[in-house]
Write a protein that binds this ligand. Structure first.
Ligand code: ATP
Ligand code: MG
Length: 430
């Protein structure tokens, strides 16, 4: 039987996995049959690699993906035993991470030697390995797990994760089987897909970890800022305020002791008193900006009204306020967070919005506090919101998260900007 091969028609047979010429039509027919089988297996293997590549993106956890991959490898290679081993350098051993067919082994517990004289260790050190019969194998011994299950033949390949070996993937049979180079490439491709899933999960975990740490840091920084502000406000108010009040009293005392004809001196003392009065007001203003005492003394509602008053006086922008809440429900920490968020939202309106109107709504509903700050200005883009330099917006979100709430910024160029804050109310005053 003539086989068309690369455009030539020849009688071919397979010797040692290579095609060579033959004069026997029977050998040639066998070769064609064999070739069809090999080609068919190879196509199925390629399909399986492609499918697993897609599945790699869908599976959320590494162990479930490995189980799925083990099933596919066992089916495609038609082998009873498949395993993924993770290399544990500190113990110089492998841990069974996933497997199929093993009766005397437990995933997550069974350990296998990583010695280079054993097939597993040899694979990790030297690369893909094919064994036709462990009984006559000279390069290494079979690990105990394979001996216990009467494994005779097998292939194994290393799994390389970023910068370091992860472990070994193996497929085995308990009857003699001659695997092919195609089988090895198939298994190596699967090992690479497994490695990519492991790497992706590691990167995701690292990212998640650094996000959590960054968030904690941001919360910590905000808390320290708040404490520092309160401390400086107290110091300014108590130390500077009292000293100025004392000075003022001295100046009044001095004024009372001046003779009527010392008009030059008494004018000077009076203007000193006026300057001291003015400085006392400035000090009070600075300290209340740093930590509005009204927040502690009269509560969140009054503090919001105060900040809105200051906003209107400073900017001339119209501001409608609608507050329907019970101060006690928010707690001390919550009140500070909500107050600072509204303060930052109003500062942003002053600095960026070019708005003529702002409305603030603070309402309690179903155990939650809903806050809306809406302006009719130029709005902002998604890029503005996601910008790494938008520390003010980020701080607002972090403050909301810190008290178990959420903050969303909505904007369209025609509708201005809407800051929507949602905070759970608490029963005890934290
Ligand atoms: N109400 C708003 N209207 C229009 N643009 C806004 C508004 N609020 C914020 N932005 C835009 O979003 C950007 C980020 O705001 P963010 O508060 O994070 O920073 P900032 O106000 O520029 O500086 P700061 O760190 O002092 O707050 C602003 O630079 C501005 O471009
Ligand atoms: Mg800002």
């Amino acid at each position: 039987m003539l086989i068309t091969f690369c455009g030539y028609e020849e009688d071919l047979k397979i010797v040692n996995m290579r095609l060579i010429k033959t004069d026997s039509p029977r050998e040639s027919a066998e070769c064609l049959e064999l070739g069809r089988g090999v080609l068919w297996r190879h196509i199925r293997q390629q399909e399986a690699v492609a499918e697993l590549g897609m599945d790699a993106l869908a599976f959320a956890e590494v162990p479930t993906f490995m189980d799925h991959a083990m099933e596919r490898v066992a089916a495609i290679l038609d082998v009873p035993y498949v395993k993924v081993l993770e290399f544990l350098p500190a113990e110089n051993s492998f841990l069974l991470r996933a497997g199929r067919g093993w009766q005397n082994a437990t995933v997550g517990e069974t350990r296998i030697s990583a010695d280079k004289t054993v097939q597993t260790g040899y694979t990790l050190a030297s690369g893909a390995v094919m064994v036709e019969d462990f009984g006559v194998e000279q390069r290494f011994t079979a690990p105990e797990l394979l001996i216990k299950h009467g494994v005779v033949s097998g292939i194994s390949v290393p799994i390389y994760s970023i910068n370091k070996p992860y472990g070994v993937l193996g497929a085995h049979t308990d009857t003699v089987r001659r695997f092919t180079e195609y089988d090895i490439s198939f298994l190596q491709s699967i090992a690479n897909v497994i490695a990519s899933v492991i790497d992706r999960k590691r990167v995701e975990a690292t990212l998640q970890n650094s996000e959590v740490r960054l968030r904690k840091l941001a919360v910590h920084v905000e808390a320290i800022k708040e404490q520092e502000r309160a401390r400086i406000a107290r110091e300014i108010h108590d130390e500077l305020g009292q000293a100025l009040t004392g000075l003022n009293m001295d100046v009044h005392w001095l004024a009372g002791r001046l003779a009527k004809d010392q008009t030059g001196l008494s004018d000077k003392v009076r203007s000193m008193g006026a300057l001291i009065d003015c400085t006392i007001k400035t000090v009070q203003h600075i300290s209340s900006e740093l930590r509005p005492s009204v927040l502690d003394d009269l509560g969140l509602g009054a503090a919001i009204l105060r900040v809105v008053d200051q906003f209107i006086n400073r900017t001339g922008i119209r501001c409608d306020v609608d507050i329907a809440m019970d101060d006690a429900g928010v707690g001390h920490k919550g009140a500070t967070a909500v107050f600072r968020i509204i303060q930052e939202a109003l500062t942003n309106v002053t600095r960026h919005a070019q708005a003529s109107n702002v409305s603030i709504q603070v309402k309690e509903d179903s155990g939650r506090l809903h806050v809306l700050v809406k302006d009719n200005g130029i709005g902002l883009t998604e890029t503005d919101i996601g910008n790494a330099n938008a520390i003010g917006l980020m701080g607002m979100k972090e403050r909301a998260l810190e008290i178990g709430g959420s903050l969303v910024i909505e904007s369209g160029t025609e509708n201005g900007t809407l800051v929507r804050l949602d905070v759970p109310l608490i029963s005890d005053k934290a």
